[in-house]
Design a binder for this molecule. Structure first.
Ligand SMILES: Nc1ncnc2c1ncn2[C@@H]1O[C@H](COP(=O)(O)OP(=O)(O)OP(=O)(O)O)[C@@H](O)[C@H]1O
Length: 256
């Protein structure tokens, strides 16, 4: 089973190790800013993420978590500073090796199977066996012929994950993919994410939920008012956050 999973998930890169500075899964933000009109939304973010591990981004509503993810992936271009993957500035080549998953799943108005076929064709692949293996992996093989729009919210998110995994991404950026899902769906999605991580994909995952961070995170980035406030090992952040804002956030106090 493990071999089969790795076969459909593992990306095709030559061997990479966390220690290599040029590993394309390692993110560096150098003084990254985003200003829209006269509004500074992200202020000089500096951050280095290892090529390996699950990094979770936490912070209150409106803190800039989604923006940080979009800046890292280039969906929103930075207005200042530099985004590097490995030692290379972000470009289309790097972006094509990454997949982004949103809170509201993106599904096409066609069958479940055709949604995955579409993602595979984007990589020039027509392979029904691989499509079925991906659908099986996310627990949707039984729904293959059904219109994707009729899936439940949790199922649609698993389909979005299958489409992302079809790309064999080196990096997966997930923006609150389990928000508003029931606990069983949350656990299934966490399992799929962990399996992708075990197969070598770097995971960067936005969450509000300290419980989820405790289950998944190796390291946590805490964002507040468009600034990176803290970054450190998950167990340390969750038990002994350095800043008052992070303590308030973790204790469920309203942080503005
Ligand atoms: N394109 C934009 N133009 C202007 N303001 C924006 C734009 N995108 C985001 N913002 C603002 O930037 C701030 C940070 O937004 P972001 O979506 O990153 O927050 P977040 O931490 O992900 O919040 P939430 O947890 O509520 O999703 C918010 O105040 C938001 O309104």
């Amino acid at each position: 089973m493990r071999d089969a999973v790795e076969n459909i998930l593992t990306f095709d890169a030559a061997a990479t190790t966390a220690a290599r500075r040029d590993d394309p899964r390692a993110l560096t933000l150098r003084d990254v800013s985003l200003t829209v009109g006269d509004k500074a939304l992200v202020h000089g973010a500096n951050l280095t993420l290892n090529a390996e591990g699950i990094t979770m981004i936490m912070g209150p509503n409106g803190a800039g978590k989604s923006l940080l993810l979009k800046l890292a992936h280039g969906l929103t271009p930075a207005t200042g500073g530099q985004v590097l993957w490995g030692d290379t500035p972000l470009d289309d080549t790097a972006r094509r090796t990454q997949a982004m998953v949103f809170q509201k799943p993106v599904v096409l108005r066609r069958s479940v199977a055709a949604n995955v076929d579409f993602a595979l064709r984007a990589r020039g692949i027509r392979d029904a066996a691989r499509r079925d293996a991906l659908l099986d992996h996310v627990g949707l093989l039984g729904h293959a012929r059904q219109p994707a729009r009729l899936l439940s919210g949790g199922e649609q998110q698993r389909l979005a994950l299958a489409r992302a995994l079809a790309l064999k991404p080196k990096v997966m950026l997930l923006d609150e993919p389990t928000a508003s899902l029931d606990p069983a769906s949350v656990l299934k999605i966490e399992e799929i994410v962990q399996e992708a991580h075990s197969a070598g994909t770097k995971i960067i995952f936005v969450t509000h939920d300290p419980g989820q961070a405790g289950r998944l995170a190796d390291d946590i980035v805490f964002v507040h008012r468009g600034r990176v406030h803290e970054h450190g090992p998950a167990d340390l952040f969750l038990s002994r956050p350095e800043t008052q804002e992070a303590r308030d956030f973790l204790q469920g106090r309203i942080v503005v």
